[in-house]
Design a protein around this ligand. Structure first.
Ligand code: GDP
Ligand code: MG
Length: 243
């Protein structure tokens, strides 16, 4: 299914960035973002950071900064960001530069042809090129991506990606409820259930240089599998999206 671009805002897009304790990495992220001179509305969600992130976000020109007084999880941040924006094209990227901000123009442009596009850290990559990614992260991602593909008839190589683009109109077809990293799975499952297949563009992955990942990948993967099976049942029963 393909949603026609609305005439309203075809040139500006919403750039949603979830942020939790990223003060060390934000200067690089900001520099690289500004160098791109994007026609976007940056929407930064500070998820109750305990460091100086919030103050730094407020300094960024023309940014819409959403403050969470308490931490609502990664997914909670994205839900807030989606609700706050109103441009038809939405791009989501992390603040830690693990996904290069330089991929944003191509990612946003891909919405001229597709409704839902994941960046993939695995597409067209040799094992050597992936050697900088922790083994558990790689294995967990591959397992969950393969299971998702079988259950939802997709061909994604990177279900866990935190960098993606979608059309706002797609969101009319379902509600998002997951507040943690399960958000990734919920969005993918509900998009596919609503008829929007996942397309992909390749992206280079660079492990974060500052701070540390706050995602517990092994235990998250177990949770993902249970939820995946639940969504698959609902998908088969036609209960995952609105007509
Ligand atoms: N872990 C975590 N990250 C959050 C949260 N809220 C926003 N984020 C942001 O979500 C992005 C992904 O988090 P990260 O810990 O790097 O996960 P990973 O890339 O999967 O290892 C980063 O930009 C974080 O700053 C939260 O509650 N927990
Ligand atoms: Mg990260």
């Amino acid at each position: 299914m393909f949603v026609e671009n609305s005439a309203k805002d075809s040139s500006q897009f919403d750039l949603i960035v979830p942020v939790y304790n990223e003060e060390a990495g934000l200067p690089e992220f900001f520099n690289r973002l500004q160098a791109l001179k994007l026609n976007c509305q940056p929407i930064f969600i500070d998820n109750a950071s305990e460091d100086n992130s919030l103050a730094m976000l407020k300094e960024y020109p023309n940014a819409l900064v959403i403050e969470h007084p308490i931490n609502t999880g990664y997914g909670g941040s994205l839900i807030s960001g989606m609700e706050a924006g109103n441009n038809e094209h939405i791009v989501i990227i992390d603040a830690d530069c693990e996904y290069p901000p330089e991929c944003i123009p191509e990612l946003e442009k891909s919405l001229e042809r597709y409704d839902f596009v994941h960046t993939s850290r695995f597409l067209n990559k040799s094992a050597a090129q992936l050697s900088n990614m922790p083994l558990l992260k790689k294995a967990g991602n591959r397992m969950i991506s393969n299971a998702f593909n079988r259950l939802f008839d997709q061909q994604t190589t990177d279900l866990y990606t935190g960098c993606k683009a979608l059309k706002r109109a797609c969101l009319d077809r379902f509600n998002l409820q997951q507040k943690g990293f399960e958000h990734v799975l919920e969005l993918a499952a509900k998009m596919v259930a609503a008829g929007y297949d996942i397309d992909e563009i390749a992206v280079d992955f660079r492990p974060r240089q500052t701070g540390h990942s706050k995602m517990l990948h092994a235990s998250e993967t177990v949770k993902y599998f249970r939820l995946l099976l639940r969504y698959a049942r609902q998908f088969r029963a036609g209960k995952l999206s609105r007509p």
